[in-house]
Design a protein around this ligand. Structure first.
Ligand SMILES: Cc1ncc(COP(=O)(O)O)c(C=O)c1O
Length: 399
């Protein structure tokens, strides 16, 4: 019998007892909706916003129902209008182009490097050619580009940056948290993210107008004063009669589940990065596997691992993946012809004006494997994964 990985690689981070108790208290009280005529500003959602803003060091935070909604509202708040062009790295997942489409804007796809970060030279070229004024930068799978250079470039070109931090909650570049570089940072509380609220999104910003507009768009009615981490009244006065209610609020139930997990971020990061480091060492020692280079300035939180596999053509790659999966090692592949599960590439987003995967990105993604790192993964599990990948790789390469 060949060895099998018994760990479920698809297991999300568990909700701690404190979150379960808080959710139960919300259910028993009936205050599941974040606003109430007599509620004041102590709803779970308002407290989560205040706590997350304090955690990140931003002035404001707005809780919404997903990171997709957060990105959409941040784009609107930053001034994106229907028909505008929005720059975005081509390596990301479907909610990112979805948010651009939701805003009625057109996608300008930027190459990523073999180290899985946005290519700054291509960004500069396409920013000039397209005339785009906004960049939705996805820190995809936790890989952070040189944010010092990126911000200098975007400042010089007059491009507003919105950060997609769905995979970088708890991460930083040169000591500064992701989500605090651009005009707004958008975070996800979807079950697989670093804080598991089931569904949910957070917009962190220092910008009075983005914060006030996001609160109003998300569906605050005239109860926006029940937000704690909110901008001054003057910002609401500018926008409250001009802003439609899109009903994208976060429920108190999600906030109750999420709040205790913000305090767990550092410990979770330690576990994830330890397992990631072990996997990097073990997989990196296998012939033909390349791990992305990680600069010193990058303090990542790797709840997943990405590696490039050389020397396997399409059908052999598919057989390698199937063999690993049959032994419990669920690897995802960005080179598949069809989108599968959560994974897709930009050439498969047929609703784009010009669906394509830029050539360098296509070559990078064709070889790229992706695997989740559950918090329950042990040292032994890391070794089992590496043995199975090594054996199946050798088998797939055998003529
Ligand atoms: C890179 C990336 N950005 C944004 C999102 C959007 O998150 P949500 O599911 O909360 O809308 C996801 C979701 O998986 C994602 O993978």
């Amino acid at each position: 019998m060949p060895e099998r990985l018994l760990l479920d690689l698809g297991a999300p981070p568990p909700v701690p007892e404190e979150g379960i108790a808080a959710a139960e208290a919300v259910l028993r009280s009936g205050w599941t909706h974040r606003y109430g005529e007599t509620l004041g500003d102590a709803s779970e959602a308002a407290l989560l916003e205040a706590e997350f803003a304090a955690h990140l060091g931003t002035r404001y935070c707005v809780a919404v129902n997903s990171c997709g909604s957060a990105m959409f509202l941040a784009l609107l708040g930053a001034g994106v209008r229907p028909g505008d062009r929005v720059l975005m790295n081509a390596f990301t997942l479907a909610p990112v182009p979805g948010a651009v489409a939701h805003a009625g804007a057109e996608h300008v796809l930027i190459e990523v490097t073999p180290d899985l970060v946005i290519d700054l030279a291509d960004l500069e070229r396409k920013a000039a050619a397209s005339g785009a004024r906004h960049l939705l930068l996805s820190h995809m799978r936790g890989h952070i580009c040189d944010m010092t250079r990126l911000m200098a470039l975007c400042d010089r070109l007059g491009i507003a940056v919105i950060e997609d931090c769905a995979h970088t909650m708890g991460a930083s570049w040169a000591g500064r948290p992701t989500g605090t570089f651009g005009r707004a940072g958008c975070f996800s509380l979807q079950a697989y993210k670093h804080v598991n609220g089931g569904e949910g999104g957070l917009i962190a910003t220092d910008d009075d107008d983005i914060a006030a507009r996001a609160i109003l768009y998300s569906g605050s009615y005239m109860l926006y004063r029940q937000h704690r981490a909110r901008p001054p009244e003057a910002a609401f006065a500018r926008w409250k009669d001009m802003t439609p209610n899109y009903s994208m609020r976060m429920s108190n139930l999600v906030a109750a589940v999420a709040r205790p997990q913000v305090a767990l971020l550092a410990e979770r990061a330690r576990i994830w990065n330890d397992r990631h480091g072990r996997l990097v060492a073990l997989l990196g020692a296998l012939p033909g596997i390349r791990l992305p280079h990680r600069p010193q300035e990058e303090a990542f939180v790797q709840s997943s691992i990405q590696f490039a596999v050389a020397g396997l053509e399409g059908p052999a790659f598919a057989r390698f993946l199937a063999a690993c999966r049959a032994r419990g090692v669920y690897l995802k592949w960005f080179g598949a012809r069809e989108p599968e599960g959560y994974t897709s590439v930009s050439g498969q987003w047929r609703y784009l004006a010009e669906p394509h995967t830029p050539p360098v990105t296509e070559a990078v993604l064709e070889r790229l494997c992706d695997m989740r790192i559950p918090l329950a993964m042990t040292e032994q599990d890391c070794a089992t994964v590496a043995r199975i990948v090594g054996e199946e790789l050798a088998e797939a390469r055998t003529p």
